[in-house]
Design a protein around this ligand. Structure first.
Ligand code: NAD
Ligand code: DAU
Length: 347
């Protein structure tokens, strides 16, 4: 049986991708993850025997080389990253180390131990703010606006340079904002679900008019799998749902779903919406064209946003113990440093 090395498989999207691989494919799955604050083996507890877990850091040259030498995987899919923009504003260092340095280590390792595919998971944030511009195509210029986005754009450039220089079988996906179960409650949707259920303030940065294209995580994972299996080495695909939502409308949709599922009055839940100081350098709009993946691979998103939010709220309501565990300890320090010290008391 051929194997696949997944990095960052204990995080939000990586754990969904491993679940999809275990359900639909016949690979030996090796999951290399450092278990940062965002990584959690509990995210994979329903398929605990479906993969082999290696706890480790993609910036560890010896470890990465050893795993590739021993496993000789057919493909590597790199999800491992520091992924939260607000944290990159507080401290960019781990972003540069993992998102650029770690990708460099992985690229060097596959030069030594070749694979058939190296799929690097990137983001629509590398194209920067699309306000007043057309949606980004795969050919659009990179114009990152946050330390996180700059680290991801740097990794993309490194991947493209290694493709050209060493003829490595590199493929890049750039997706829009994902949401769904198991997302760490620092990101807008799970943070607001948690706060809405607990009767805490719902912090909306600036005027709430920023636009994101929300993609259900299972749709993104199906897209990544289709790309992995069918795309030509050297290719690049945007992945998005094609729906543009203002942040404040996303938060209102969460309020509606929480009120409907808890029996709380909608007016009471919505009264907790609070407009707070904006995120520094906040990109106003992200937008992608996704004709390429639809045309070439026949992929399309299956989950509509409102029903996806209802489903996601249902999941968070059913997993209070998961939320309690991932928000214990370090989370409160982070929450305080972003929401209390920077933007004032919110609860
Ligand atoms: P996440 O923060 O939930 O998970 C990241 C995972 O990587 C964690 O399990 C963590 O332990 C692991 N990790 C971090 N540093 C590591 C290191 N040095 N070595 C090994 N493992 C390490 O992130 P996510 O939201 O699941 O995002 C996964 C990937 O998708 C990232 O590359 C991110 O940039 C990209 N992406 C995310 C979104 C989104 O909306 N979440 C959208 C587009 C692209
Ligand atoms: O676009 C893809 C990117 O989406 C990924 O590459 C990143 O890994 C992922 O974190 C996500 O980045 P965003 O910054 O867009 O996601 P976040 O959920 O943090 O914020 C979504 C929008 O909501 C953004 O405009 C900022 C705003 N926001 C966020 C938080 C946490 C608020 O208004 N209030 C908040 O408390």
């Amino acid at each position: 049986m051929e194997s696949i090395l997944i990095t960052g498989g204990c995080g939000f999207i990586g754990s969904h991708f491993i679940r999809l691989l275990c359900a639909e494919e016949n690979f030996r799955v090796v999951n290399l993850d450092k278990l940062t604050y965002a990584g959690n083996l509990e995210n994979l507890s329903d398929i605990a025997s479906g993969f082999c877990f290696v706890r480790g850091d993609i910036t560890d040259r010896d470890l990465v080389g050893r795993v590739l030498k021993e496993e000789r995987p057919w493909a590597v899919v790199n999800f491992a990253a520091e992924s939260h923009v607000d944290r990159s504003i507080l401290d960019a260092s781990p972003f540069l180390q993992t998102n650029i340095g770690g990708v460099h280590i992985l690229l060097e390792a596959i030069r030594k131990f070749p694979v058939k595919r190296f799929l690097h998971v990137s983001t629509d944030e590398v194209y920067g703010d699309r306000e007043g511009k057309d949606a980004a195509t795969e050919e659009s210029a990179l114009c990152p606006g946050s330390p996180y986005a700059a680290s991801k754009a740097s990794a993309d450039l490194l991947c493209m340079a290694y493709r050209r220089t060493y003829d490595l079988p590199i493929i890049i996906t750039r997706s829009s904002n994902n949401y769904g179960s198991f997302q760490f409650p620092e990101k807008l949707i799970p943070l607001c679900i948690r706060n809405a259920v607990a009767g805490l303030k719902l912090p909306v940065y600036g005027d709430g008019g920023q636009i994101r294209d929300w993609l259900h995580v299972e749709d993104n994972c199906r897209a990544i799998l289709a790309v992995l299996k069918n795309a030509q080495p050297g290719s690049l695909y945007n992945i998005g749902a094609g729906g543009e939502w203002k942040n404040v409308d996303v938060v209102r949709a969460i309020c509606r779903a929480v009120a409907a599922q808890t029996g709380h009055y909608l007016e009471k839940v919505e009264s907790n919406i609070e407009f707070v100081a904006d995120r520094p350098g906040h990109d106003r709009r992200y937008a992608l064209t996704t004709e390429k993946i639809r045309r070439e691979l026949g992929w399309f998103p299956r989950t509509g946003f409102e029903s996806g939010v209802e489903q996601t709220v249902r999941w968070y309501l059913s997993r209070p113990e998961w939320i309690a565990r991932v928000t214990s300890g370090e989370y409160q320090n982070y929450y305080d440093s972003v929401y209390l010290r920077t933007w004032g008391k919110l609860s």
